[in-house]
Design a protein around this ligand. Structure first.
Ligand code: RB5
Length: 149
């Protein structure tokens, strides 16, 4: 199983901690940067990770200082449902109810060890479908009807 991951300069250490944890668990990491602490713009990273998510049909993880900017950017991409989660319950619901395909985290919000636990819940939880499928379908419909030329 592959997972795409990316961060801006604020999220570098958290990305490294999550990546090495996932590699130990046997996941193959598609690392979309940043690769140093030099300042980068989080939308550029969101574009790279979301492209990998859509092309490979795999989960993505995005990290910036708060998780806000990078989740906003990711959610501009058709087909992406990025969920900014600050705890395990949110991560579980993001998968079970929202079929989120990207987890966004704030490196200045969460302890690194807790972020790893949130990641574990996110990647191990399946979409429940059922009554939630119709709602996710309506989100997909909004991507089409709210398109601007
Ligand atoms: C970078 O300083 C910071 O603005 C960014 O990581 C993020 O928190 C934006 O939402």
């Amino acid at each position: 199983m592959k997972i795409s991951i990316g961060c801006d300069h604020a999220g570098l250490e958290m990305k490294q901690a999550i990546s090495s944890h996932l590699q130990k668990m046997g996941y193959e990491i598609i690392d979309c940067g940043a690769y140093s602490a030099d300042s980068v713009d989080y939308p550029d990273i969101a574009r790279e990770v979301t492209t990998a998510v859509l092309e490979n049909k795999i989960p993505g993880i995005l990290i910036c200082g708060t998780g806000i900017g990078i989740s906003i950017a990711a959610n501009k991409v058709h087909g992406i449902r990025a969920a900014l989660c600050t705890n395990e319950f949110m991560a579980r619901m993001a998968r079970q109810h929202n079929d989120a395909n990207v987890l966004a985290l704030g490196s200045r919000i969460l302890a690194r060890s807790y972020a790893v636990e949130i990641v574990d819940v996110f990647i191990k939880t399946a979409f429940e479908a059922g009554r939630h499928e119709n709602r996710v379908d309506k989100i997909k419909q909004m991507e089409k009807t709210h398109e601007r030329g």
